[in-house]
Design a protein around this ligand. Sequence first.
Ligand SMILES: *Cc1c(COP(=O)(O)O)cnc(C)c1O
Length: 484
Amino acid sequence: MWYISTRGTAPRVDFEGALCSGYAPDGGLYIPEELPQLDRETLGRWSSLSYPSLVKELCSLFIGPELIPREDLNGLIDRAFSRFRSRDVVHLQKLKHGLSVLELWHGVTYAFKDLSLSCTAQFLQYFLEKRGKHVTIVVGTSGDTGSAAIESVQGAKNVDIIVLLPKGRCSKIQELQMTTVLKENVHVFAVEGNSDELDEPIKAMFADAAFVQEHNLMSLNSINWSRVLVQMAHHFFAYFQCSPSLDTHPLSPVEVVVPSGAGGNLAAGYLAQKMGLPIRLVAAVNHNDIIHRTIKHGDFSLSQAVQPTLASAMDIQVPYNMERIFWLLSGSNSQVTRALMEQFERTQGVHLPKELHSKLSEAVTSVSVSDEAITRAMGRCWDENQYLLCPHSAVAVSYHYQQMDGLQPSAARCCLAPASAAKFPEVVLAAGLTPEMPEEITALERKETRCTPMRRGDPWALMLRDTIEDLSRRWRGRSLRGLQ
Ligand SMILES: *Cc1c(COP(=O)(O)O)cnc(C)c1O
């Protein structure tokens, strides 16, 4: 399987290349040259698989056995999920009034990013060990990515991870999840600035190609192909769990409601749809509604600024993964995609060509949900089921309640739940409900923390570079002594 860039001018790469590079050199995103098509028989066979087995089947279609033999792949995926709290890894909760919630948050950091990052980190370590190489991962985060990335590589021999977090702007729990992992390969900086400000030194560094190459730097953000790949599995799982029957001709559809920020989860769902899974996708967003405006009106343009909402992990200005959806919709046309994205980058806004827009609105519908509707959905779900939703899950469930109260009978539906309510006690309180805190989370407060401050006036970019150079030196020292 080969991967090409959505912008069409970068050389093709294999899975290892796509995994290790994030963006393609032409600024595009990697995407499989060809999508496998799944027939009814395959879907029938997959329908009874456990979630981990589904991940294995799916990944084996996109990672050739010449890169990772099937037996190794199975082992890596088992290892990835070995620290999850639930053996099933994900769990479908059926609630009153036809509400089905797919809990994707049984990993160590209580959010769905654990699913894809744990697998991605295993794949990465596999290749690094094989090649005797070392990478330094650099992540800027204000949400769940940093903690899941740290968790997925903590203690790994061939990986160092540097995380920059905006001090005081993540939730208390998110910050503690990042600063309490006291492993030698984990380096956390608490930056006195907002997430845009902390992105600057990172961007400047990644723009220095020679430095990136010399020190094997990589990011692990949501545009990484490997993350998107793994996320396809829960769309399949949602379909099989919620489809009324697999015996009808044609197969009956299931609507999957996807709380969306950067659109990684949504792109994964659209890829699954393109492979033949009969799902209808609903992109559910908060007040930051660029995806919604794009689907409704073809208006792919930035708003003035990011608006803080109760569903903070979806407070995002640029939904990077839409580029993959545009490419697929355009019939794999990289010229169209490149023109569109370059104009977007120049002018911060572009109107989709008519044909592309009509294809998009056929493939995906959308809804934008206010803070008030988020707390209302949390309250109603609790009243009806004594079940707490996190604010992001509530964005999806709010759509369910809207549809249920409408007149049209609706298809089977599955709402994705990207995080646990336990991670957002402030919002649970604001909704007039009582947080339920697992011991693991309350215990964070008592743990020792470690992070390096980056104060205003400090030379942030220089501090970052020094750290990276130091890590490379340490790795070279270790490998010279034969300790790698
Ligand atoms: C990252 C995240 C999202 C957004 O997912 P995308 O794939 O970026 O659209 C939604 N909810 C939670 C809790 C998240 O951590």
